[in-house]
Design a protein around this ligand. Sequence first.
Ligand SMILES: O=C(O)[C@H]1O[C@H](OP(=O)(O)OP(=O)(O)OC[C@H]2O[C@@H](n3ccc(=O)[nH]c3=O)[C@H](O)[C@@H]2O)[C@H](O)[C@@H](O)[C@@H]1O
Length: 407
Amino acid sequence: MDKPRFRLRCSITKLIFFWIAILLTILIFFHRTPSSNPNRRVLPSLPAWENVVVQSAKPLANSTTGHSVLVTGAAGFVGTHVALALKKRGDGVVGIDNFNKYYDPTLKRRRADLLRRNGIFVLEADINDSEKLAKLFRSVKFTHVVHLAAQAGVRYALRNPASYVHSNIAGFVNLLEACKTANPQPSIIWASSSSVYGLNSKVPFSETHRTDQPASLYAATKKAGEEIAHAYNHIYGLSITGLRFFTVYGPWGRPDMMYYSFTRDMLRGKPIVVFEGPGHKSVARDFTYIDDVVKGLLAAVDTAEKSTGSGGKVERPAQLRVFNLGNTSPVPVNEVVGLLERLLGVKAKKVVVPMPRNGDVLFTHANVSLARRELGYVPTTDLKTGLRKFVDWYLDYYSESNWKSAW
Ligand SMILES: O=C(O)[C@H]1O[C@H](OP(=O)(O)OP(=O)(O)OC[C@H]2O[C@@H](n3ccc(=O)[nH]c3=O)[C@H](O)[C@@H]2O)[C@H](O)[C@@H](O)[C@@H]1O
């Protein structure tokens, strides 16, 4: 072979190697760069995010339980109170909330601020986001999940039925999927509702009564949740406790609920619409003060047994419970209006109309003997005391400087 031809072949080979090397470097670079990783795009500073979550989930030195709890719907009314109570006693707490616009998001942001000031991190995410849930469960071995994220409200289901299916059914299943694969599996305590009793007319409502006649889509999704809980408990050994809340009220409450919207409208001199049953019978609710509900919920956390399916093998049947958390004394809506008139010092402009067929039921009344026996649950706040606390909070929250954020 002559020299020039040999040299030419050498340089072509070198050139090919050179370009392959450059191509490989480019490929490796793009493969490892953060923007090409979809997970990183969701959470740009993953290590920082993980650190905050891990810190927030750590039980404090004074913790008597050593629990590490994930609270879904943490910026919600009940979620905020529960997260604070858990943190106060030393449990590690991480919150998750999607901050949706069902009612004034400013109120949710302010609740989250309160949590942040108390060392509780709230991740802004939807419980339908499997990727974020998986990351959360990879970062922390939660001992408990308190699941309160839901589409609440009975009458709103007429306007936005899909939101109930999205949060209360799809979201719940998604969360249970994450819990079932977590290792160790957490114990789950979640919010069902007094509305599952639907058209049941036996009083007071007991956990043994029928719950197959829901009067609203909301109630139907909560009842579906109880059945879904049964299946996940049965198949995957998840320890699950459902709590049927009875019209919970109090400071930092929900603006869509009657006691809250009546307070707002009465103070603004606007009329309020009071529903009444057939024969001019007043509609009644077993209004339950938030602090009582929180005590019952914490007792449910503390008595929850461990799940039994960690690692994919169910060793023995896991605990499955349902409790009423009510106040045991129904109060007619008319009486609530009277109490508010006295507390606010204004006369209500009542417009009384027959209760529309909107998903409401005529009355609720809880029998709490099971919760008393198993959880030591004893409600102690009467409606007058509880409403006074709510009104004090309301007037303070919407004081002069805060009026801009009232809706
Ligand atoms: O117990 C429960 O599980 C449910 O309690 C409440 O539902 P509800 O009892 O209907 O509470 P409100 O919406 O505050 O209504 C309370 C009472 O006021 C009445 N009301 C409501 C609105 C109105 O404009 N006028 C009126 O008379 C309703 O008919 C009802 O009897 C919550 O909104 C639900 O999310 C929860 O699940």
